[in-house]
Design a protein around this ligand. Structure first.
Ligand SMILES: [Zn+2]
Length: 489
């Protein structure tokens, strides 16, 4: 195991030796926590189902995308060479009643479909930035990979896994022995869960690989089965193996995608290639809004953009990672307010490490505290990306350091080490980004005036100004290096 001294500052280059520390992942396919064994030492090939670009990203998507962003960042932090692919579904995702989500969306906006998906894709990338989510290494668009999908479908027909019927191509699930393995359900049960029904299929559970397109359909391609468009499931198995090969180390997505989407991906990819599709499946739980599932019918859908604007990206990310990704999380005004206050405390703490003037001796106990926090952080993240435990390690350190500051037992070097640690782990968490606005001129003038009054020992008048500042939404804290301000509402 490497010594903590090996990563003193955040600017260090990835050290491949880190990868000997074993990461454990709960694999949906087995229901067990397993050792992560990459197919190539030091590398991670990871695929996560991306957005269907028919409307704004909602907060349920955000939970999944932030979770995998933290996982992606953590692997890189450990020194792995990660290739992360997340698709963009801009064709073929139908509603439960068989309507195309994108064509519906474009109609509503009065736009052409391709113009519409371009705009929605642009919005999606803007939302990633807004939420401090790192861009995946490759973001393939389904509409640009239709010939690849046709190739996979042809192979499935050749191998007897798929058949054509009236312009449709279906996957025959009775031909694939492992159907239902991921959700650990028997195929008969799953067959009854399938809601679509098109053309003439052999079994109720067979799913569509290729749809025939009506004449007036704006999104269609030539194929051996006539003009049409691919199903949603075929795009993910085609694009993931095109960019990442076999087997994927990690395939992720929201829990709702296990069936049918991910079961179908496995059947397609393994049927066509004869190879294992993926070694570790990770699924994120749902987010509840005031204890209810988010749904259009309840009118409680929150978009990523509104949430980021209202709560701030740090608070939102912190809220999402403060629970284990495998537990439901309940968004309420109280829970997000609490996350906001906590993340502000963390940011204030980091600022203090940089700004505080101290002149005590170097404190060995603080150094040991930093090492303990580093080890605990890494151990927790290695244990199935346990972010709440990793955060607990950070808070333990923060309490110890604050106590030592109060007792005047820290040196500048101690503070620098703590600062470096905080910046280092934020490469994984991404919650310590400054969102402070410029201080308005009238507020600055009040703060200066108050400081002058305090120096003249006119504390009543100074308190009066503090009250005015609070009314205007600004808090002031007096420290050894002068006043610090922050927005309080
Ligand atoms: Zn997918």
């Amino acid at each position: 195991m490497r010594s903590p001294a090996e990563r003193q500052t955040w600017v260090r280059l990835p050290v491949p030796a880190h990868v000997d520390l074993m990461i454990k992942i709960t694999n949906t396919a087995t229901g067990k926590k397993e050792d992560f064994k990459p197919r190539e030492e030091g590398h991670v090939y990871m695929y996560v189902c991306g957005p269907t670009v028919y409307g704004p990203m909602h907060i349920g998507n955000v939970r999944t995308f932030v979770t995998f962003d933290v996982i992606y960042r953590y692997f890189k932090w450990k020194g792995f060479d990660v290739k992360y692919v997340q698709n963009i579904t801009d064709v073929g995702h139908l509603t439960d009643v068989g309507q195309d989500k994108i064509i519906n969306g474009a109609k509503k906006m009065g736009m052409g479909v391709f113009e519409f998906v371009d705009l929605m894709t642009k919005n999606y990338f803007e939302d990633l930035k807004l939420l401090n989510i790192e861009k995946p290494d490759v973001s393939p668009r389904a509409s640009e990979h239709v010939p690849d999908m046709i190739g996979v479908i042809k192979k499935l027909i050749e191998k007897g896994y798929a058949y054509e019927s009236n312009g449709y191509v279906y996957y025959d699930i009775s031909k694939f022995d492992n159907y239902g393995k991921l959700s650990r359900q028997n195929p008969e049960y799953l067959e009854k869960q399938r809601k679509d029904s098109h053309g003439d299929k052999k079994h109720e559970g067979d799913f569509v690989l290729w749809f025939p397109a009506p004449d007036d359909y704006p999104m269609k391609w030539d194929s051996p089965w006539g003009k049409g468009f691919p199903g949603w499931h075929i795009e993910c198995s085609t694009m993931s193996s095109k960019y990442l090969g076999f087997p994927l180390d990690i395939h992720g997505g929201g829990k709702d995608l296990i069936f049918p989407h991910h079961e179908d991906e496995i059947a397609q990819a393994e049927g066509a290639s004869g190879k294992k599709f993926c070694n570790h499946w990770i699924h994120t739980e749902f987010i509840l809004i005031n204890n209810e599932k988010m749904s259009k019918s309840l009118g409680n859908v929150i978009t990523a953009r509104d949430a980021a604007k209202k709560y701030g990206k740090n608070a939102l990310r912190y809220f999402l990672i403060s629970s284990n990704y495998r537990n439901e999380i309940n968004l309420t005004e109280e829970s997000i307010e609490c996350a906001k206050k906590t993340v502000e405390r963390l940011i204030d703490f980091v600022d203090k490490m940089k700004e505080l003037k101290v002149n005590s001796e170097y404190n060995q106990q603080i150094k040991e505290g930093v090492e303990r926090a580093k080890n605990k952080f890494e151990e927790s993240m290695d244990d199935d990306f346990n972010t709440p435990m990793a955060l607990a390690a950070v808070f333990d350190l923060m309490n110890d350091v604050n106590k030592a500051i109060d007792e005047n037992k820290v040196s500048k070097e101690n503070l620098t080490e703590v600062y470096d640690f905080m910046i280092d782990i934020d490469r994984v968490l991404g919650v310590l980004q400054h969102e402070k606005e410029e201080l308005p001129r009238d507020i600055l003038e009040l703060i200066v005036k108050r400081e002058t009054l305090r120096k003249l020992a006119n504390f009543d008048a100074a308190d009066e100004i503090r009250k005015q500042l609070t009314d205007k939404g600004y808090g002031v804290e007096d420290g050894p290096n002068g006043p610090r301000w922050k927005k309080v509402k």
